[in-house]
Ligand binder design. Sequence first.
Ligand SMILES: Cc1cc2nc3c(=O)[nH]c(=O)nc-3n(C[C@H](O)[C@H](O)[C@H](O)COP(=O)(O)OP(=O)(O)OC[C@H]3O[C@@H](n4cnc5c(N)ncnc54)[C@H](O)[C@@H]3O)c2cc1C
Length: 554
Amino acid sequence: MIDRETLRWNGWGWRAHKEPAEDAPALWSYLAETLGCGALPLEGPAELDERAFPPSRLTEDAREAFARAAPLTEAPGPRAFAARGRSYRDLLDLRALHFQPAPDAVVSPRTSAAVQAVIDAARDHDIAVVPFGGGTSVVGGVTPLDGWKQAVIALDTTRLTGILAIDRISMTATLQAGLYGPLLEQRLQEQGLTLGHFPQSFEFSTLGGWIAARGAGQQSNRYGKAEAWLVSARLATPSGPWATEGFPASAAGPRLTDLVAGSEGTLGLITDATVRVREKAKARDYRAWVFKGFEEGADVIRRIVQAGIPVSTLRLSDADETFFYGKLSRLVGGVKLKHRVEDVYLAFRGLSGSKCALIAGTEGDLDLVAYARNRMSEIAAASGGMPAGEGPALKWFAGRFHGPYLRDPMLDRGLGVDTLETAASWTDLMKVYHAVRRALAGAMATQATPSGSRGIVLAHISHSYPGGASLYFTYVWRRAADREAAITQWEAIKRAAGDAIAASGGTISHHHGIGTDHAPWMAGEKGPQGMSALRALKHALDPTGIMNPGKLGL
Ligand SMILES: Cc1cc2nc3c(=O)[nH]c(=O)nc-3n(C[C@H](O)[C@H](O)[C@H](O)COP(=O)(O)OP(=O)(O)OC[C@H]3O[C@@H](n4cnc5c(N)ncnc54)[C@H](O)[C@@H]3O)c2cc1C
């Protein structure tokens, strides 16, 4: 369990982290110039002030009922931490001390039985329950919503940290849902095993959150998305405990475990789950390639995946992202001799300016890694890819959880920065890519202040399948100073991108989930029958609608 006092309640990660970009004035000048918005102001977030909190609305009866089941707090610190997730939109609220709504209390059970008792008490007192793991949702998944129930608690899972069983014969582990990534992996790796789920938020997110949001780790090509490694789950629901089937295969009707992945706390709280584990990798090979264009690189990914080559990571940045991260590294770390040599060589190969970098990784046993590396290299080279060696790939690997720390100093300097992701078939992928880029650039040009300034759009492919791939966009603009105006601006940009995704054939989310932010596009994807089936399922497990009300469009 992480002591939340050591984490930023209104930003990313460890309080003690010192972000090198803070001391890189060249970076901020570069961004101001590229965005065309003049010098950037410097203004940090407001300090936590308990007067900003609405008073807890729990009745004495309800408070006692919860406290009988589990430790409960109504103190501002824990309520502030659980008030929002960690999206750009959430940070606008947290930085401005906008806690309306906030959870009335945070309840932290230590056992599955205590979780059920808390949910029973919430049902009996008609109080909403927001399951809260690491709180790293980026879609409004943990924001308590007003208007559903007279009070709301955050049900903190992070005291549920047990390893309940390891079955080395069937290669499964049964783990409690509140385990944060590092402790979960440490406990498995001590036994020579791994789950292999490494999202960028790995250090601060939990097993239950990974399943509930149907997430994807950076090595998803090898280990799979949450729904792929989830074998079965046990939930505490308002209508009682529910355990889903755990067979390796079955024809006994639809697989109900699939309904748990992506349920976002709307059906019940996942207390523990049985997951597929693998032997810890004995070897690893990460190397970079450079392509002339995004389409050429994407085609190489498609061919590698369709050939069934056992890769773990294929991450292709478009030309703008490749350029931006190269620039960032020089502006923050300084221009080194190797950069100059690199520039000369790339110019010689005709690749300066519009190159796209691919990080290709494989892990497993030695033979498998050697085979995958050779086969990938053949395909990449045959498509005009230029090998860029292990250096850039190992650098990416070492820093793969650090990127989000850049967001807080960007917000401090009046910038808006957000990410979104989608997935589409190979047939539609480039159509979606261009449509979303256009929509984001257009909306940012209309919305950014001062008018006339423009946005930056970066994109990459990071998860791929025989039938298609995901696209991940990062976009930066000069945000409005006032919180409400900044939210209006963000909503317009988000709407433009979401509509472009829907119109061009993408899903509204590949791995972030729906929460509230993506709810407007949910019915369009599922259809009216699909939505009523989901509502009926929720009603069966949660008849009075206390579990994370308003999320998933339910
Ligand atoms: C900087 C950053 C990087 C990210 N990178 C990735 C990435 O690479 N891949 C990826 O997939 N996601 C990523 N995310 C999104 C987020 O980390 C994931 O959605 C993650 O799975 C959430 O886990 P959590 O424990 O923080 O869940 P929370 O944020 O606490 O909750 C997420 C949702 O699940 C529900 N929930 C949580 N625990 C339970 C439970 N035990 N039972 C039932 N419902 C529950 C919540 O109510 C909520 O709806 C990133 C987020 C940030 C801020």
